[in-house]
Design a protein around this ligand. Structure first.
Ligand SMILES: [Zn+2]
Ligand SMILES: [Zn+2]
Length: 289
């Protein structure tokens, strides 16, 4: 069995665990499985966007850079045991992500690269996949470039990618879980779901991804030991945000009023394209039965 087969197997088991856990011990009760925006997150963000961004990041950014700066001969990290290499890249990248995430909340231009991530109102383990394409390009280039340029063991990359996916799902999962004393070290839904609540006091808090320790160390922790309200409007963004993948990206570049754009036939056609295709498909299958 190859390493990729093993990591894929673990990921599938993890997805099943998240699905079951969310039903058995929900953090917010009554969230639907097929919540608003679920298909945008699965089809566009998880499948299509990550497929194309992987090509852009690895083939068009990392590879050319590696061509000019290949430091693997220096063997900075390659002599370490694989577990130490993984730990090194996980910890250093996690600190970077904490700082960049904090900056995204503080800077009005960089906030535009992060707002999509906060636009889901019914946060579940799939919601974490919603990230602006530019945010992914920046973060994953900074994440994977050193692993390749420094000549880490080939196993480090798939293991790191698996840990990213597992943690990303876990901290967004709608599960009621208490980590006890571990919460000072590891991040959990208990802390990160607060980060997605639309409350003033949490907009500059709980920026951590894997290790909650950064928030404790840098004084940005918000841990009231209670849950945010169950209401829909207390989650997500405080302003209207488009539902469509391309309109979400367009909105980050230039603000527009969806309703005002309805006067343009082309916009109306595009806006209704997906529901129309879905309706056509449903009718088609009904007819063929
Ligand atoms: Zn955030
Ligand atoms: Zn999040």
């Amino acid at each position: 069995m190859t390493l990729v087969e093993v990591t894929t197997g673990i990921l599938i088991c993890w997805i099943i665990l998240m699905l079951v856990w969310e039903r058995v011990r929900p953090f917010r009760k009554g969230l639907p499985l097929l919540r608003e925006g679920i298909w945008v997150d699965i089809i566009w963000y998880t499948l299509i966007q990550s497929y194309f961004l992987k090509i852009i990041i690895f083939d068009y950014i990392i590879q050319p850079v590696q061509h000019s700066f290949d430091w693997s001969d220096y063997q900075f990290v390659s002599r370490w045991p694989i577990a130490v290499q993984v730990l090194f890249f996980v910890v250093t990248h996690d600190l970077y992500i904490y700082l960049f995430h904090r900056f995204q909340h503080a800077n009005k231009y960089f906030w535009r690269t992060h707002e999509a991530h906060h636009s889901v109102k019914e946060v579940d383990f799939i919601a974490g996949s919603r990230s602006n394409a530019l945010e992914i390009i920046i973060n994953q280039t900074i994440e994977f470039l050193p692993i390749i340029v420094l000549g880490a063991d080939p196993a480090v990359l798939p293991i790191k990618a698996l840990l990213d996916a597992m943690f990303g799902m876990f901290i967004h999962a709608n599960i009621d879980v208490k980590l006890g004393k571990w919460k000072y070290l590891l991040n959990s839904p208990e802390l990160h779901l607060w980060h997605h609540a639309n409350y003033q006091e949490v907009f500059y808090a709980n920026f951590s991804t894997k290790f909650a320790i950064w928030d404790y160390l840098f004084g940005t922790i918000y841990d009231p030991n209670k849950k945010p309200g169950n209401e829909r409007e207390n989650w997500g963004l405080y302003y209207e945000f488009p539902r469509d993948y391309f309109l979400q990206h367009a909105f980050s570049i230039k603000r527009f009023d969806e309703k005002a754009l309805f006067k343009y036939p082309l916009f109306r056609w595009y806006y209704h394209l997906r529901p129309n295709v879905m309706r056509w498909l449903t009718n088609f299958f009904k007819r063929s039965h």
